[in-house]
Design a protein around this ligand. Sequence first.
Ligand SMILES: [Zn+2]
Length: 152
Amino acid sequence: MNKPAADGKLEPYDRSPMDEARSLAHRSKAPPAECAGAIAVTRDGSRFPGVAIALSSAAGLSVCAERVAMSSARSATSSPIEEIALWIPKSAGDHPCGICLQIWLELAPKARFLLQRGEGEIQELDLKQLLPDAFTSYDPSSQAETSARAQE
Ligand SMILES: [Zn+2]
C-alpha cells in the first residue's frame, strides 16, 4: 500500500482505477456539479463501479458514488476491498460524507481511499483523521470470519 512520501505527495501508484472512476461519472443521476464516479478494487483484482444517484424528489434517499462502489463489491465477492478511488467535480461538496465514512469503516477499514477533485492532485484520505472516535461495535478482525461464514 502506497503511503505519502515525506513531501506529502503519493508514491507512484496505479492511476487506472481513478481514471476509470472519472470516466463513468457521467452516468450519475445528479446535477453536473455533483456527478461523481468511484471504483472499489478488491484483493482479487476485481473492480466495482459506483456513480452518484441524487433523487430530486427525496434527497435523503440519494447515494454517493463511493457508497455504491463499496456496496457492490461487498455484494459480489468475499475478497476484501483494498482501494476506493473517487473522482468528483471541482465544484462538488466535501466527500466522502459521514455516511460513506461509516461505510468505509465497516466494509473496508483497511482500504486505501484516493480522492481526486477535478483536475487536482490525487489525495490519500486518512479514515482515523476524518472519523476519529468512530461509533462502532465493529471488530475488524471478525471480517474474515463473517465472510467465511457467508461462503458456507
Ligand atoms: Zn457519501
